[in-house]
Structures are given as structure tokens and as C-alpha cells.
Design a binder for this molecule. Structure first.
Ligand code: GMT
Length: 371
């Protein structure tokens, strides 16, 4: 199988990488094709059975205003399909990967294409007139389409007016890697024992509403001793930094940048904040739940399919920073409630979103396409 995904830090690349690694472990040939190696693939390492990575080169020519990366990706994909006689391409994210995969299918007349919709490929990019026709084409022409939540499947049918089957396969989490860790020395690097530790992880795009994270934290830390760790990077980071300064909490907020092993920190966090405006699933919330960390999030998109209100976290209306701060304070000032919700989150992660439940759904979809 060939896999196309975005290599940058983001949920779709994480799902693609971890799924590819598990499919390879199950004995199948898995070959990632891209302009750079997906960021979590390096950490997983390629055993003798893969997954393998094929780099897409870029072609500069004076006449071309741009190097046309999609064409280079299509061409590299054709080479890999033909050279290794691959029967399947799994495209994660409609634009441009599904369109490249469909193009390569027409050229090689060999693979079938399964497209997984992850979120903003439908809810943001796909809706933009600049990509609307290409996105609908990718969805209609794929041999199979999956979406990471019921919300996203519904939304796709509505906005693109497509009637084809869209199978819902939720995100999954490695519950052995994402666990509660009691490492006081590591935690002490970020907070004193009497301070609550709040964490946010994202790629700091406007949909993540990182300003709301800082607003909520400022309200929480005016009531009790607390620290905030902001993990990841992206266009909104300078604004969030400035807001922390303006609200006078900059000394209690650390911007840690992007790194692959977020479980090391989630493992000892007390609360996870995800006030997104759009979130088709919320993989990071699931990773937090697996680490027994209660989640305070906005009640939008696919988040309620993951976080159960008042069971594994607290869901508030979009932009309700007062409500989120109130919810966070309720969990942090009554540690027993926080711990109970944390444990409930982990139980749900194991029960509903374990790789052993989710990966076979993809394998079944692959087999159905090839039969
Ligand atoms: O659609 C995106 O914004 C990109 C994508 C990514 O690469 O981060 O995130 C989406 O895919 C994840 C994995 O399926 C989901 O858990 C995220 O909720 C989703 N992000 C959004 O919908 C904003």
C-alpha cells in the first residue's frame, strides 16, 4: 500500500503514520510517499517490514512560477506503485493527496484509492471556492471514503451534496504509550507540586483559538496557583504570547514549541484545554484522555463523540471562556472529581478508541476494495 499524508505536525499525519506502522506490523507492505518524512515516522523507526519512505523531489524550471509539488507527488507515486506493484493507495486529507492518488490511478491503471477525510479538508479548505470542485471530485472519484467522525461524514454529505457511502472510522490512540506517568522530577521542571498544570497542544492555527486558551488560563490562575504549557507552533503563537503578556500571566505560561513525544508531558498534566472553533474529532483530546487527563473543550464538531460532558471532561459553547474557566476551576479545586473524570476518559479511550478496535476497520475497508 502507498500512503500520502501531510508531513507537518498535525492529527492527519499522526493518524496516517501510526496506522501505516500498524498495518506494516500486521505483515503488509507500506510505503509513504511525500516531500518530507511525516514527523512521527522517524520516532517509530522502520523495521525490516517497513513502513518505508519515498522522498518526492522538486523540479525547478525557469518557465515554471512554482515547482508544482502535486505533479511531482503524482509522478513519484506512479513510480512507487509500478516498481513495487502496489494495489492500494491510502490518501489522508482530500487536497492534494486524494487528487494525486486518483491521477496516479489513472496513469498506472493499477491501484485503488481510499481517501480519509480528516477535517479542514472539508470544513475549511474544501469549502473555499478555490478548492471546492477539486475536493468534490476527490470525494466522488475515490474507490472508498472514510471520515474520522459522524459529524464530519454528515458535514461532507451536506456541503458537497454527495450521496456516496462515507464510512466513519474514528481516530485511535496507543493506550500503552499515552499513560499516566508519576515522574515528580520531570513535572518539577514545569510546575511546583502545589501548582495545577494545564496543557494545550495544537498547530496554532486560527481554528484552534489559542487566545481562548490564554484567556481561560488567566482566569484560572487568578483563583489558584497554576502553570500553562503551550505545545506546538504555528501562525497564532505570537498573538497568544502577546496576550499572555497583556494579561500579566506570561511568567506562568511556557511555549514549548513542537516535538513528537507529547505523551511525556500529557502523562503528568492536570487538565487539557481545547477551545477550537472547528474540530472534526480532536485526536489530542483523546491522547490526553488516555493519559487520564480531564478535558475542557468547546462543544463543537466531533468533540462530543470523543469527550463526554461531565464524564471525561467539560464541554462549553464556542468562545465561552468564562464557562471553560469555571469548568477548569471545578476540576482543579476538587481533585477527586478531576481524577474521576481522568480515569473515565482513559476507560473510554481503551474501550472505544484502542488501535485493536480501529485498525481492523481500516484493514476490512482495504480488503473490501480489493475483493
Ligand atoms: O483538518 C485539519 O485541520 C488537519 C488535521 C491535522 O492534520 O491536524 O486535523 C484534523 O485531523 C485530525 C485527525 O483525524 C482530527 O483529530 C482533528 O480534529 C482534525 N482537525 C480539525 O478538524 C481542525
Amino acid at each position: 500500500m502507498a500512503v500520502l499524508c501531510h508531513a507537518s505536525a498535525g492529527g492527519s499525519g499522526v493518524v496516517a503514520t501510526e496506522l501505516g506502522a500498524l498495518v506494516a506490523q500486521a505483515g503488509h507492505e507500506v510505503r509513504f510517499v511525500g516531500s518530507s518524512q511525516p514527523f512521527r515516522l522517524a520516532g517509530l523507526g522502520s523495521g525490516r517490514g517497513g513502513p518505508y519512505f519515498h522522498q518526492v523531489g522538486s523540479y525547478a524550471y525557469a518557465l515554471f512560477e512554482q515547482p508544482y509539488p502535486e505533479l511531482a507527488e503524482t509522478n513519484a507515486l506512479c513510480e512507487v506503485i509500478l516498481e513495487h506493484d502496489l494495489q492500494l493507495t491510502h490518501a489522508h486529507y482530500a487536497i492534494p493527496h486524494a487528487t494525486s492518488a486518483i491521477h496516479a490511478r489513472a496513469v498506472t491503471r493499477r491501484t485503488r484509492v481510499i481517501t480519509t477525510l480528516h477535517g479542514t479538508d472539508v470544513t475549511l479548505v474544501g469549502l473555499d471556492p478555490a478548492f471546492r470542485h477539486s475536493t468534490r471530485f476527490a470525494i466522488e472519484q475515490s474507490d472508498a471514503v472514510t471520515a474520522v467522525s459522524h459529524f464530519l461524514a454528515r458535514q461532507t454529505r451536506e456541503v458537497f451534496d454527495v450521496e456516496r457511502e462515507i464510512q466513519v472510522i474514528h481516530n485511535f490512540v496507543d493506550t500503552e504509550r499515552f499513560v499516566r506517568t508519576v515522574d515528580p522530577t520531570m513535572r518539577a521542571r514545569f510546575a511546583r507540586p502545589d501548582e495545577a498544570l494545564l496543557v494545550h497542544v495544537s498547530n496554532f492555527r486560527p481554528v484552534k483559538r489559542t487566545d481562548d486558551v490564554v484567556e481561560v488560563f488567566a482566569r484560572v490562575s487568578s483563583e489558584l496557583p497554576a502553570r500553562l504549557l503551550m505545545i506546538g507552533d504555528g501562525p497564532e503563537r505570537p498573538r497568544a504570547f502577546e496576550l499572555a503578556q497583556r494579561l500579566g500571566v506570561q511568567g506562568r505560561v511556557q511555549f514549548l514549541g513542537s516535538f513528537p513525544g507529547v505523551e511525556a508531558i500529557l502523562g503528568f498534566a492536570d487538565l487539557f484545554l481545547l477551545p477550537s472553533a472547528k474540530e472534526s474529532f480532536g485526536l489530542v483530546a483523546l491522547e490526553a484522555m488516555s493519559c487520564e487527563v480531564p478535558v475542557v473543550a468547546s462543544n463543537i464538531g466531533g468533540i462530543p463523540e470523543v469527550v463526554q460532558h461531565d464524564v471525561s471532561g467539560i464541554l462549553c459553547s464556542l468562545g465561552d471562556v468564562d464557562g471553560m474557566a469555571h469548568g477548569a476551576l471545578r476540576l482543579l479545586s476538587d481533585p477527586e472529581t478531576g481524577r474521576r473524570m481522568g480515569r473515565a476518559g482513559r476507560e473510554r479511550a481503551i474501550r472505544e478508541f484502542h488501535p485493536a478496535l480501529i485498525v481492523p476497520q481500516y484493514l476490512k475497508a482495504y480488503r473490501a476494495m480489493l475483493s
